[in-house]
Design a protein around this ligand. Structure first.
Ligand code: PMP
Length: 441
């Protein structure tokens, strides 16, 4: 039956969703970190809904939250109308914010996807600042709608769609491993920040009058590239001095993924706008924009939309946030992260095909390179997307699901559920090591 279903999928599902073909199976059920296909084969899921499943699949508290909504006849869909559940969810989100925002920040519920919240955030800051241009980063990713694609710095994937939003400018992101300013000299972040400052102050640079700077603290789709925390602090300072709202896109890195509830907390900065989706819905579609009170200049009805009231997602989102707060999940993220990094660095010492191991918390990337080609001008082997795809394939065959990303698809990405335990992590690392060995043979 698996083959028959797969053939049907291949024939009838849009090629735009072709990444799923790297995982030729039909899923039957899932629990925690493990998913099972219709033939009973099990896999460790380190894609986890692209980082959505903070508590893994079908966690008891998630299932209980859904049951409660159904048992209590809570309306499933309420537009923007309030329910006790919605108010409790809002309170739980606010309580997770840094002290400086907790008591004053505003929240706006958006459509079900991350891109919906990015769109809303951009409209918000355009309205509040009257600014026109958007400053985003090379390698960044913010979604697949027309506007969010415009802001995504993964340019090669969208050239066929030009032209998108005008007035988007891409700033250099501090990608230590392949940095145009040189590697290992500590200059990446500093030069990048100085360059941004220069662009903003140069009246001829064409980036005058921006409505925002939008950034991921760890670029996810772009290849799991963590921004230096000092650079983030500099970016905050530069934008604050010029009254430019700083939007942090926490869609992938937020809700504990990096070891803090919000990933910007590593840098101790306070953004103007925070965008959350994925894990904040606790397995179900949800997105929100959280922002400083001063930006709240919307006129009534300035940004509308239908699906903002999904009570099931509020229930599962609330259950997730509470669980993360009460059950030492962030501590687990730190411990498992250390375990992952130890294992992966060990592997890196064995294989010259592993160029870089990096990330923050349980957002981890392994950049695969081709050691048979000459060094690039920075002294690194070039990225090898083909070998990365081969390793991904071997992983799948051996029972591990990981995604690829980054330039040329050469970065293998681990986004396991935040509740992954020590034994499961060991097993994942074992399968990965075995798969690398098979792929390079
Ligand atoms: N921002 C970031 C940082 C993301 O990683 C993603 C999705 N991977 C998005 C925005 C867009 O979210 P969605 O796919 O739900 O529209």
């Amino acid at each position: 039956v698996q083959e028959e279903y797969l053939m049907f999928q291949r024939e009838r599902e849009s090629n735009a969703r072709a990444y799923s073909r790297h995982f030729p199976f039909i899923l039957q059920k899932a629990q925690g970190v493990v998913v099972t296909d219709v033939e009973g084969k099990q896999y460790y899921d380190c894609l986890a809904g692209a980082g959505t499943l903070a508590l893994g699949h079908n966690h008891d508290v998630i299932i209980a939250a859904i049951r409660e909504v159904l048992d209590q006849q809570i309306p499933l869909h309420t537009l923007d109308l309030a329910t006790p559940l919605k108010i409790e969810f809002m309170k739980e989100i606010f309580s997770a914010l840094p002290e400086e925002m907790k008591h004053t920040a505003k929240i706006q519920f958006c459509g079900p996807t991350g891109a919906d919240a990015v769109e809303a955030a951009i409209k918000l800051v355009k309205h509040a600042t009257k600014g026109k241009s958007i400053l985003a980063f090379q390698g960044g990713y913010h979604g697949s709608t027309q506007a969010t694609m415009s802001m995504s710095g993964n340019l090669s994937k969208k050239q066929h769609l030009q032209s998108l939003l005008p007035d988007v400018h891409f700033l250099p992101f501090p990608y230590e491993f392949r940095c145009p300013f040189g590697v290992g000299n500590g200059m990446t972040a500093t030069i990048s920040a100085q360059y941004i400052e220069h662009l903003l102050d140069d009246c001829e640079s064409g980036v005058a009058n921006p409505c925002c700077v939008i950034v991921e603290t760890v670029q996810g789709e772009g290849g799991v590239i963590p921004a230096d925390v000092i650079w983030l602090q500099q970016l905050r300072k530069i934008t604050a001095e010029r009254n430019i709202p700083l939007i942090i896109d926490e869609v992938q890195a937020g809700i504990g993924r990096t070891g803090k509830m919000f990933s910007f907390e590593h840098a101790g900065i306070i953004p103007d706008v925070i965008i959350c989706s994925k894990a904040i819905g606790g397995s179900l579609p949800m997105s929100v924009v959280i922002y400083q009170e001063a930006l709240d200049q919307w006129q009534a009805g300035a940004h509308t939309g239908t699906f903002r009231g999904n009570q099931l997602a509020m229930a599962t989102g609330l259950a997730t946030l509470k669980y993360v707060r009460e059950q030492r999940v962030l501590q687990n993220v730190e411990e498992r992260s250390a375990q992952f990094f130890e294992g992966l660095h060990q592997l890196r010492r064995l294989y010259s095909e592993i160029g870089d191991v990096r990330g923050r918390g349980l957002m981890i990337g392994v950049e695969i390179v081709n050691p048979n080609k000459p060094f690039d001008r920075l002294g690194h082997y070039p990225p090898d997307g083909e070998l990365a795809a081969m390793i991904q394939k071997r992983c799948f065959e051996n029972g591990l699901i990981i995604e690829v990303g980054g330039r040329k698809g050469a970065v293998l990405r681990f986004l396991p559920p935040l509740i992954i335990n020590k034994t499961e992590t060991e097993k994942v690392l074992d399968i990965f090591a075995e798969s690398v060995q098979q792929a390079v043979e």
